[in-house]
Design a protein around this ligand. Structure first.
Ligand code: NAP
Length: 245
């Protein structure tokens, strides 16, 4: 298992924070970014350090391209990295009549343009430092469910991430950079409350074949497998972590 540093966007909460702690427990140093939740980022960094690894915290709103450039300028150019392209947002429940240009522009700026520019920066960093790493994009089961009457905009951003994963994997395979996506289902994080639906998991869990929601750790486990040498022949895969949904 290579011991690259793992760059995680959105490491202040949820799935990103779980990845950071689990990766540290497996011997990786962590670079974690946050947008607004400094305390969350510091709590994640403290857990990384408690596991005996180094943690660098960088503030970066991935919806602001210049902040992505600045983030990469703060990373040691000689440091080999893997990327967990995780930062993402969901809007309040909506149907088509509720969608505005502003809402669509904002969610695509973060979930799609941001994720694509972060991946671009990570590839440039890998080429500069002369060591390939791997990339996991955090998509969603929404990409294939469509999320009608909930948030078709969010689902469409994740559909874009799936397609981006396929093309980028083809582009980078000759360089030894594997690119995969994980598509979580109903996962126990604060994202549902932030989107105005704190009871979303309780309401929908019965629709999951396994009859329960998943934990952030269960998603992190799949992400870290994709970054590890245990998945050395896996690229261009979209892996569902959904309890069968
Ligand atoms: P979460 O607990 O709300 O965490 C989201 C993370 O993304 C936070 O660290 C947040 O940072 C960061 N973030 C949000 N907007 C950002 C921005 N503009 N720039 C930089 N960072 C930003 O959500 P989560 O459930 O862990 O979600 C992580 C990923 O999993 C997302 O891509 C989400 O779409 C995907 N996902 C989640 C589920 C689920 O059921 N939970 C299901 C499918 C897919 P700050 O708080 O510091 O702003």
């Amino acid at each position: 298992m290579s011991h690259h540093t793992i760059l995680i966007t959105g490491g202040s909460a949820g799935i990103g924070a779980a990845c950071a702690v689990m990766a540290a427990e497996r011997g990786h140093d962590i670079i974690l970014t946050y947008n607004s939740d400094r305390a969350g980022a510091e709590a994640t960094a403290a857990a990384v350090k408690a596991a005996g690894q180094r943690a660098q915290i960088i503030r970066c709103d991935v919806g602001q391209p210049e902040q992505i450039d600045r983030m990469f300028s703060e990373i040691d150019p000689a440091c080999p990295i893997h990327l967990v392209n995780n930062a993402g947002v969901v809007g309040p429940t909506a149907s088509i009549a509720d969608l505005t240009a502003e809402r669509l522009t904002n969610i695509f700026a973060v979930n799609v343009v941001g994720a694509m520019l972060v991946a671009k920066g990570a590839v440039a960093h890998m080429r500069r430092c002369g060591q390939s790493g791997h990339i996991v994009n955090v998509s969603s089961a929404a990409a294939r469910l469509g999320s009608g009457n909930q948030y078709v905009d969010y689902a469409a951003t994740k559909g874009a991430i799936d397609t981006f994963t396929l093309g980028l994997a083809d582009e980078l395979a000759p360089e030894g950079i594997r690119v995969n996506a994980v598509r979580p289902g109903l996962i126990e994080t604060e994202i549902h409350a932030k989107g105005g639906e704190p009871d979303r998991l309780a309401r929908l869990s019965h629709m999951v074949p396994m009859r329960r929601s998943g934990s952030a750790q269960e998603v992190a486990d799949a992400i870290l497998w994709l970054l590890s040498d245990h998945s050395s022949y896996v690229t261009r895969a979209l892996i569902d972590v959904t309890g069968g949904r």
